[in-house]
Every structure is written in structure tokens, then in C-alpha cells.
Design a protein around this ligand. Structure first.
Ligand code: CA
Ligand code: CA
Ligand code: CA
Length: 317
């Protein structure tokens, strides 16, 4: 007589083998939190609440010179959101990697894009990745070399771990936060150009043809997050240190085309770039202006580009 229990057990065993062989993809292996509130707190205590509202997005007279892709000024409404006080750090990103075994895109192929002085352009350098970006970083520096796709995976992991909905900021949310809810200011701190105490950009510690040799901000590469004073919302490094990914596709004419005033996001792929904002340690001060718009390939890792994250209130999963 067949032992039903043994047959069932055998079937269960076979199902397990099949599941492990066919390998539910990386996403399915992200486990819900097993370290509870402390884990959640370690991320969420570093978020700032931003009360939503209307603001005039883009470049106005107060910003002096405007690039064409920053025009025209247009009214935009964003809902309430939380945004991280700091750029995501090496330590935070390492937690994600250790928890998941995720391999970033630059680790899987080709390395990071770095500036080649002789060639006057960025090229990929083999063997470099977020852990080895070509300069030294401690755990409290902003992570670099994370592609847009990698950053999205980080958000997905954090959402599953915490049961909250984390994502990248939209371009509109990012600008609203940098300009402290729509103030007519050129930089997160106001209209005056930096003296060395406001942000980390291409100052005299760097050696690019665009480096500002008059200014010493103390850092050649990345600075620990929160080194310079925050803006009025309590957000650090919204100008400089590392560029920050946003959700939107980059379209230089998006402001001219859009008539979507409420929570705008460009979901239409009209270029091969995703938006990045704020400038970096490698940037001249002009692109650290809060209205400057930049785009990079979403599968690329760049040694000057990182991210910060947004959580939508009450959007529990
Ligand atoms: Ca600097
Ligand atoms: Ca930044
Ligand atoms: Ca520009």
C-alpha cells in the first residue's frame, strides 16, 4: 500500500528542487524585514517631510543665465512626500548588497565612466565599481557608480524590507525640495555664488579646465554627506557632492511640451537618458544650480553620480 504521506513529502521535495533550480529572479529573493523597527528607523529617521504645493518650476530671471532646457517657467503642483536628508551613503548601499548579493551593472560589465583628461571625455574604466570608484571613500560618503537601474533595485529592496513605498524623486519633487518649496533662489542656500563653505564642486582641489581655482571647498572627490550646511528644509548636498538620479526620462523640451501640472513625471522615452540633478564634485558651479537639468544613461555607472530616495506618506504596501 502506498504511503500517501511519503508521496506528498516527495512531491513537496521535488517542487522545492524545481523552484531552486529555476531560480525565482533576483526580485523575488528580496525578503521582507527580519530585523524590524531598527532597520526601518535607520533609513526613515534620515527622511525629511516636505509639504507639497504649487511652485514655478524652471529657470527665471532670479537665476540669471538660463539654459534652453530649463525654460519656460511653468506652474507645477507636487503632493506631500518624504525625501532623504542625505545622499544614500556607501554604508546604506552596502547593506542592500550584503542582504541581496545584488551585482551592480558596472560590476557585470565594463566598470564606471570616468573623465579622461587627455581625451576630454568620460570613458569606462575596467575594474571600477561602487566599491572601488578610483578614489577613497569611507562609509559615510555618498555612494557613486550606481546606475539608475541599480538605484531602482535598491528602492524595491527597501520597500519590501520596510513595507513602505520608496522610489527615486521625480524631477519636479527634486527641484521643489532643492529650492525649498519653490523659492526663487539659484542654489539651495540662496543666490550668492559659493565661497567654499556651501557645497562640494570642482574647486581648486580638482584639476579640470573648468575648476574654480579661487575657491577651496576642502574636497577633491566626494565629501562625507552632510559636510556643508543644509537648505531650509534640512536637506544636505542638494548642490554638488554627487549628482542624483530622478525617476523621469530626460527630454530637453519636456517643459515646452508638458501640460501636466499635477505631479508631473516624464514617462515617455524620447532620449536614452534618465534625469540627474544637482551637480557633483566634478562639476563647475553653473550646473550645481538647482534648476539645471542633466541626463545620463540608466544602465551606466558614473563616478560622480549617486542618488537619494523619496517615500510617499501613507502609501503602505
Ligand atoms: Ca571640491
Ligand atoms: Ca548632491
Ligand atoms: Ca545645463
Amino acid at each position: 500500500m502506498i504511503n500517501i504521506g511519503r508521496v506528498l513529502l516527495f512531491n513537496l521535495f521535488m517542487v522545492c528542487i524545481w523552484l531552486s533550480l529555476c531560480g525565482a529572479g533576483m526580485h523575488d529573493t528580496y525578503m521582507a524585514s527580519d530585523d524590524g523597527k531598527d532597520f526601518y528607523f535607520s533609513f526613515d529617521s534620515k527622511m525629511v517631510f516636505v509639504k507639497g504645493g504649487w511652485f514655478e518650476m524652471g529657470c527665471g530671471n532670479w537665476a540669471e543665465e538660463c539654459d534652453d532646457n530649463e525654460k519656460p517657467l511653468h506652474w507645477v503642483y507636487v503632493d506631500d512626500f518624504y525625501i532623504s536628508k542625505y545622499e544614500i551613503t556607501v554604508a546604506q548601499f552596502r547593506r542592500f548588497i550584503n542582504d541581496t548579493g545584488y551585482k551592480t551593472e558596472s560590476e557585470k560589465s565594463g566598470g564606471l565612466y570616468m573623465y579622461e583628461r587627455e581625451k576630454l571625455k568620460c570613458e569606462r574604466k575596467k575594474g571600477t565599481c561602487w566599491k572601488f570608484p578610483g578614489f577613497s571613500q569611507n562609509e559615510n560618503h555618498p555612494v557613486v557608480g550606481v546606475s539608475w537601474n541599480d538605484a531602482k533595485e535598491f528602492c524595491k529592496w527597501l520597500s519590501i524590507k520596510t513595507g513602505k513605498n520608496y522610489r527615486l524623486p521625480t524631477e519636479a519633487e527634486w527641484e521643489y525640495a532643492a529650492r525649498c518649496c519653490g523659492e526663487k533662489i539659484k542654489y539651495p542656500w540662496g543666490n550668492n555664488d559659493p565661497s567654499g563653505n556651501e557645497c562640494n564642486f570642482a574647486d581648486r582641489n580638482t584639476d579640470f579646465f573648468w575648476s574654480d581655482k579661487r575657491i577651496d571647498d576642502g574636497y577633491k572627490y566626494t565629501a562625507p554627506v552632510g559636510t556643508y550646511p543644509p537648505n531650509k528644509l534640512g536637506l544636505y548636498d542638494m548642490a554638488g557632492n554627487v549628482w542624483e538620479w530622478c525617476e523621469d526620462w530626460y527630454d530637453k523640451d519636456y517643459y515646452k511640451k508638458t501640460n501636466n501640472a499635477k505631479n508631473p513625471i516624464n514617462k515617455k522615452r524620447t532620449s536614452s537618458f534618465r534625469i540627474a540633478r544637482g551637480g557633483s564634485w566634478l562639476s563647475g558651479i553653473g550646473v550645481c544650480r538647482s534648476v539645471d537639468r542633466f541626463g545620463k544613461s540608466p544602465d551606466g555607472g558614473y563616478y560622480y553620480l549617486g542618488f537619494r530616495i523619496v517615500r510617499v506618506p501613507g502609501n503602505n504596501k
